[in-house]
Design a protein around this ligand. Structure first.
Ligand SMILES: Cc1ncc(COP(=O)(O)O)c(C=O)c1O
Length: 365
């Protein structure tokens, strides 16, 4: 059989071999201590902070999507913190893309800079230079919320250890490890789980020692996921390719619509040939994602648009089956205009979603 396609891979990812009378995906295992006699190495499970069979199955599934080892955490930010804390020491230099997720920059500024880590923030064209002599290079591509595209293959050529935050794309649309990154990080709160009902995050790496160091961090820091969330996320993984197919189609259709309107500016979607990141995205992504960003000119108009839309929930986050959008400047922390909107295209019928976005734009004008 030739290489299985993405849908074929996700419906089976991490499932145990068939056994008479057993379910396809075994239910979540809830346990703090497990029965265990003798040395820890003599028992498959010991204590719930060290490991859990429900995590192990989902980690196997996630790892299989990037041909790597996956280490799961209680949220995307717990995964970010684990990477930064295991890589950086006083005196380390961290080069970071200037528009990465605001909590990541906040974490670096609040907890690392005061402890003697030098932080160098740079836009796409200057990140390679900023990374000269750095210990860790952090890039998020496409970035949230501005959707700037970073050239992973070019940026991983230097000496720094490299991390690509792959959250806006996810492992089916972009494989940073194939492009040379040492670590790929994903918030599974978004597309991976897809139903806006849980938070999880994970890191993948092809270096077993690096994976082990992250597991040790998780065990001792206790940033562990709950088995029920993990089981729900594993269950949702089966539809990831289908959901992405519809979400990407919807995002492209919305981006095209927005690009035709004189009353919308600054439309960003890496799938538009006119987008500044398109050429790099075309080389390194197999789909352009479900997020579109644009500027409605004023906070008032952006709020009117969000209030008028019926199929687009006014909510943060992205990657769910239900479309959502928000006026990003309400949070502060991102260098975006006051009327900037980040929209996450869900799995609604394309014609319905387009009609809704168009009528909300008209109503808000
Ligand atoms: C690019 C990116 N990385 C990391 C995170 C953090 O993930 P979580 O909310 O699961 O902690 C987010 C959350 O929005 C994100 O957008």
């Amino acid at each position: 059989m030739s290489e299985p396609g993405p849908s074929t891979r996700v419906v089976r990812a991490g499932l145990p071999d068939p056994e008479q009378g057993e379910p396809f995906l075994p239910g979540p295992v809830f346990a703090a201590p497990f029965h265990f006699t003798g040395a820890p190495s003599e028992s498959p499970a010991t204590y719930g902070r060290y490991g859990n069979p429900t995590w192990a199955r989902y980690e196997e599934a996630l790892g299989s999507l990037e041909d790597a080892e996956a280490v799961l955490f209680s949220s995307g930010m717990a995964a970010v913190a684990a990477l930064l804390l295991t890589q950086l020491r006083p005196g380390s230099v961290l080069a970071m893309d200037h528009g990465c997720y605001h909590s990541v920059r906040l974490l670096a500024r609040t907890y690392f800079e005061p402890r003697g880590v030098e932080l160098r923030l740079a836009p796409p064209a200057e990140l390679a230079e900023a990374a000269e002599g750095a210990d860790l290079l952090w890039m998020e591509t496409p970035s949230n919320p501005a959707l700037e595209v970073y050239d992973v293959a070019a940026l991983t050529k230097g000496d720094a250890v490299t991390v690509a935050d792959n959250t806006t794309a996810g492992p089916l649309l972009q494989r940073p490890l194939d492009l040379g990154a040492d670590y790929s990080l994903t918030s599974a709160t978004k597309h991976l789980s897809g139903h806006a009902d849980l938070l999880l995050g994970y890191v993948t790496t092809r270096d077993p020692e690096r994976a082990q160091a992250l597991r040790a961090w998780r065990t001792h820091a206790g940033s562990i996921p709950g088995p029920f969330e993990v089981w729900l996320a594993h269950r949702s993984l089966a539809t990831l390719a289908l959901r992405l197919e519809r979400g990407c189609d919807n995002a492209l259709a919305i981006a095209r619509l927005l690009a035709t309107r004189d009353d919308v500016t600054g439309v960003r979607y890496p799938g538009l040939p006119s987008d500044p990141g398109h050429e790099v995205a075309r080389r390194q992504m197999s789909g352009y994602g479900t997020i579109v960003s644009f500027d409605l000119g004023s906070p008032e108009r952006a709020e009117r648009f969000l209030a008028a839309a019926r199929l687009v929930a006014d909510a943060t986050s992205f990657g769910g089956v239900l479309s959502s959008a928000e006026r990003r400047a309400r949070w502060g922390g991102d260098a975006v205009p006051e009327g900037f909107v980040r929209l996450s295209a869900g799995c609604e019928d394309t014609a319905d979603l387009l009609a809704d976005v168009e009528s909300a734009l008209d109503a808000s004008a």
